[in-house]
Design a protein around this ligand. Structure first.
Ligand code: MF3
Ligand code: CO
Ligand code: CO
Length: 255
């Protein structure tokens, strides 16, 4: 499959799906507190998406994924499955939301602090967010995917952090995961040049320790092999004629 250029009609729908995904994160934010289970967060998001947004939670049954959102706590890199374990003071958790509205996907994730967290936790959350922003800033027609990967990898590594290589950003549209693969590492000038009308995610996973990961026996949960802390942020991006539009922008952000 090649990389699709979205039409004006498709872009309208991507804007709507992106906004809905962002609104789920805004809705759930106040509930992320010590003592709540990730199952309870999942249920609230599911009900909001289905009943309030009249949309579809894309993860549910996606290749057999059992829940409507991903919740990845502390050393969980991505694809954490909501469960009945309460979050505790000091945890950091990524909540990853993907909704489908009128056949189009919006995909976004952010980190949350559970109560007061350590300086180390704050630092990895900040650096991973900076990695995402540095990648987004480079998006414009003619830029190469490798420029984005390089900027993200460079920012992680000058801060003595590492980038997970096994998972990447992705084209998005009617499909949850479309071409191209958006690597969070690479070389300037490498990879395909961007064109106006492309839509894809950028979603760097940044570790405090070594970059290596391990897949748990549940077939989904990805953890850092050395159990070090890890953090991830994700946005869905449109390439515009002169730069980018963040389709999943929240009200606390200003691109
Ligand atoms: N939302 C994830 C991503 O950013 C994918 C989750 S797939 C699932 O691409 F099945 F785990 F939900
Ligand atoms: Co994604
Ligand atoms: Co996602």
């Amino acid at each position: 499959m090649t990389v699709q250029i979205k039409t004006a009609e498709e872009i309208k729908k991507m804007r709507i799906a992106g906004k809905l995904a962002a609104e789920v994160l805004e809705m759930i934010a106040p509930y992320v507190q010590p003592g709540i289970t990730t199952d309870a967060l999942n249920l609230r998001c599911h009900d909001f998406i289905v009943n309030e947004q009249q949309a579809i939670p894309a993860p549910l049954n996606y290749h057999g994924f059992p829940k409507s959102i991903c919740t990845s706590v502390n050393h969980v890199v991505c694809h954490g499955i909501p469960n009945n374990k309460p979050l505790k003071e000091g945890d950091i958790v990524n909540i990853d939301i993907t909704v489908i509205k009128e056949d189009y996907h919006g995909d976004t994730s952010q980190m949350f602090f559970v109560g007061e967290v350590s300086e180390k936790a704050k630092r990895i959350v900040r650096i991973s967010k900076e990695c995402l922003l540095k990648g987004i800033e480079l998006v414009k027609p003619g830029a190469h995917l490798g420029d984005i990967g390089f900027a993200i990898q460079h920012h992680a590594e000058i801060n003595k952090c590492t980038i997970v290589r096994e998972y990447c950003g992705h084209g998005i549209g009617r499909g949850f995961h479309e071409q191209p693969q958006v690597l969070h590492y690479g070389k300037r000038g490498a990879g395909m040049p961007l064109e106006s009308g492309m839509t894809f995610t950028i979603e760097p996973m940044v570790n405090v320790g070594k970059r290596h990961v391990k897949l748990l026996d549940d077939g989904w949960t990805v953890i850092t092999k050395d159990r070090s802390l890890t953090a991830q942020w994700e946005h869905t991006i449109l390439v515009t004629d002169n730069g980018f539009e963040v389709l999943t922008q929240r009200s606390d952000e200003n691109f």
